[in-house]
Design a protein around this ligand. Structure first.
Ligand SMILES: [Zn+2]
Length: 364
């Protein structure tokens, strides 16, 4: 097994195409064609984590946060980031980061928090837009069914719980090939009219190269007429944050105690308790102040997130409870989730959970 094989498994879980633009995901250090000796999973790649990888003969670190985030201009060992990268390179250890690709995945960071809190009716809190694409192409009537099937096999035509979705309109296509053309139907130099079907299908943006390759392989024409567009529709299965419901409503105080226990956190900073009971819980692992208005709009009773500032708490406005459970604490269960996921996909060697607590924040 090579590093790229492991990356393919992670890509199936959380395609990197859905990571946020500001992020730096993917293989940050190392050669994707290297054979894997072992995999260590961590939330952050610190020097102690690289040491752990060396001790356990792991040449791939799967890290949630990217160690290289805003670029590296020098590698002198002056900062912890430089020292981690130098040590990893010296010991031939690759580092892969999944970060916001997993934040935006349906089975990702926020679904893990929902499961930890036992929430039901889970939905994406802020669905992504611009991630659904549409292909329209024109094909001779006799070839339409085969082309549709090929496109469906490439992943096009999936909408929610439905697959093989397409729209088809019959019409006439015209073309006139020049002396260099080699038309499959008709003759060069003669205007040809062919009964064609216009096929429209939608697909998720990470499948674009696959869908296009399939179109070029399966379409009979020498020159293929097609259009690809990006839709403004939101994708209910991709996006950041999640909202779900408790089986039974609780008072704010009971709910905060419950969250503290389930999320294994020492401290929750929160806004004023609500007079009404809490049933709908919005969650956003990591820094989540940007999700306050979305949580309110989704009628959440509480937003469980981290990195809230003093002024953020004012925006609760007696309509929601804002609970800051700590950045590391909100993402900590992601590590064992990734270990479980990779262990199911890769059975010939152990996937190791890092023992290093990388939380830089301590409580008195
Ligand atoms: Zn984070």
């Amino acid at each position: 097994m090579i590093i790229q094989d492991v990356i393919n498994h992670l890509h199936n879980l959380a395609p990197l195409a859905y990571a946020e633009d500001f992020d730096n995901v993917g293989l940050l250090v190392g050669d994707k064609n290297e054979t894997v000796s072992g995999i260590l999973v961590t939330l952050d790649t610190l020097e102690a984590v690289v040491d752990e990888a060396i001790e356990n003969n792991c040449n791939l670190i799967v890290s949630f946060h990217p160690i290289i985030f805003s670029g590296l201009k020098k590698l002198t060992g002056k900062t912890y980031v430089e020292r981690v990268v130098i040590k990893a390179i010296q010991h031939n250890i690759a580092i892969f980061s999944i970060h916001t690709a997993l934040d935006n995945a349906l089975q990702g960071v926020n679904s893990i928090i929902c499961d930890q809190l036992g929430l039901t009716n889970k939905k994406i809190l802020i669905p992504q837009s611009g991630t659904i694409k549409k292909l329209q192409t024109y094909v001779p009537k006799a070839n339409a069914e085969a082309l549709r099937k090929s496109l469906f096999n490439a992943g096009a035509g999936d909408i929610g719980n439905y697959e093989s979705c397409s729209f088809n309109v019959e019409g006439e296509g015209t073309y006139l090939g020049n002396e260099n053309s080699n038309p499959v139907l008709g003759e060069k130099g003669k205007l040809h009219i062919e009964k064609e079907i216009a096929i429209s299908v939608t697909f998720k943006k990470h499948l674009e190269s696959n869908v296009l390759k399939t179109l070029f392989d399966a379409h009979p024409y020498e020159e293929i007429a097609y259009e690809i567009s990006t839709l403004d529709n939101t994708n209910q299965h991709i996006g950041i944050g999640m909202i779900g419901e408790l089986n039974e409503a609780m008072t704010t105080e009971d709910c905060l105690k419950f969250i503290k226990d389930r999320m294994n956190t020492e401290c929750i900073r929160h806004s004023k308790p609500l007079n009404t009971s809490i049933k709908r819980i919005a969650v956003l692992g990591g820094s989540g102040s940007f999700a306050i208005s979305a949580a309110k709009a989704a009628k959440a009773d509480i937003l469980v997130t981290s990195d809230l500032k003093y002024h953020d708490f004012f925006s609760a406005e007696n309509s929601i409870v804002l609970a800051d459970i700590g950045h590391y604490e909100s993402e900590q269960f992601t590590k064992s989730f990734l270990v479980d996921y990779l262990s199911k996909k890769i059975t010939n060697f152990a996937i190791i959970l890092s023992k290093t607590n990388t939380n830089p924040i301590k409580y008195l």
